[in-house]
Design a binder for this molecule. Structure first.
Ligand SMILES: NC(=O)c1ccc[n+]([C@@H]2O[C@H](COP(=O)([O-])OP(=O)(O)OC[C@H]3O[C@@H](n4cnc5c(N)ncnc54)[C@H](OP(=O)(O)O)[C@@H]3O)[C@@H](O)[C@H]2O)c1
Length: 276
């Protein structure tokens, strides 16, 4: 079984450099997939209150037999739970569904700036970290202005910013902002939700050169950018393939060639998106 390298977060905790996404999975599918992913060697599991599969994720963890202390579990605060009291209740609800005493990482799922509650949610998350219910705290889908506001109003920065990131939405500016703040950029939809990655010429060329699949090239690209991908895979073959990315390296020219890929966001704009 491969041992996945880890990297340090700015709060001193460490996190595996690649993880396992669970959206969209039902409870039943999450239970099976999380157990098989842990069995294959994954140690970072990503879920969210919004996914409605935390019960299944918790069951998959229990079924795997892997020690809790060896697992890095992330969940996220749903939009409707932003606010001081609501955020604390939100995490307690997640812990109950997961059947866990703590999460390794708790993220604000979307900033929802029009609600103007994410700073309150952040203050509550700082308390939750102090209480030990979340070992690390971070955000998802935050732009530069949202990060600046957290710093200005609380003095505390997130350790992770989980954002849409794949070859067709490479987010160079936001990655630079995260790096400046010592925030690890985590990539959601890292392989573009199953788009035929081989249609991108730089991906196809690198796959041929290194005798790997297009998905493996793209996951390697994330790792070499310094981003942390969390691919979702229900198929065990995909789960295994996505972990097998530590035996080859893209050259600087191969990395640079990704710049030719046309850029287009696949999902919602965090400036306007509201999820309750
Ligand atoms: N924070 C946020 O707002 C946010 C938003 C979206 C997603 N996320 C998180 O990020 C995770 C990953 O994103 P995602 O699920 O949207 O997209 P993704 O991981 O880029 O793509 C998943 C799709 O790719 C397929 N796939 C997996 N491995 C493959 C391989 N080696 N070759 C070919 N196809 C492969 C999967 O098929 P099979 O399942 O059939 O194997 C599935 O259809 C989510 O599960 C979730 O945990 C977070």
């Amino acid at each position: 079984m491969p041992t996945i390298p880890t990297r340090s977060l700015s709060d001193g905790c460490s996190i595996p450099v690649i993880g396992f996404g669970t959206h969209p999975m039902s409870d039943a599918e999450a239970e099976t997939s999380v157990a098989s992913a842990l069995d294959l060697g994954y140690r970072l599991i990503d879920t969210a209150s919004l996914y409605r599969n935390e019960i299944g994720v918790g069951r998959g963890i229990a079924r795997s037999g892997v020690q809790r202390s060896d697992i890095f579990l992330t969940t996220k605060l749903r939009g409707g739970d932003q606010g001081i009291v609501e955020t604390k209740a939100g995490l307690k609800g997640s812990l109950g569904r997961l059947n866990l005493d703590y999460v390794d990482l708790f993220l604000i799922h979307w900033p929802m700036p029009s609600f103007n509650k994410y700073v309150d949610a952040w203050r509550a998350m700082i308390d939750l970290r102090e209480e030990g219910l979340a070992r690390s705290i971070g955000v998802s889908n935050f732009n530069e202005a949202h990060l600046d506001r957290l710093l200005d109003e609380t003095g505390v920065l997130p350790v992770i910013n989980q954002i849409e990131l794949h070859p067709a939405w490479a987010q160079a500016h936001l990655r630079d902002v995260d790096a400046r703040y010592n925030i690890v950029t985590e990539s959601w939809s890292p392989i573009g939700r199953g788009v035929p990655l081989g249609l991108y010429p730089p991906v196809a060329a690198a796959a041929q050169t290194h005798d790997v699949t297009p998905a493996q090239v793209v996951l390697r690209w994330h790792l070499q950018l310094g981003a942390l991908p969390i691919p979702k895979a229900s198929s065990i073959e995909h789960q295994r393939e996505n972990l097998d990315v530590f035996n080859f390296e893209l050259s600087p020219a191969e990395m640079k060639a990704f710049a030719s890929i046309k850029q287009e966001r696949m999902d919602e704009d965090p400036e306007f998106f509201v999820e309750l």
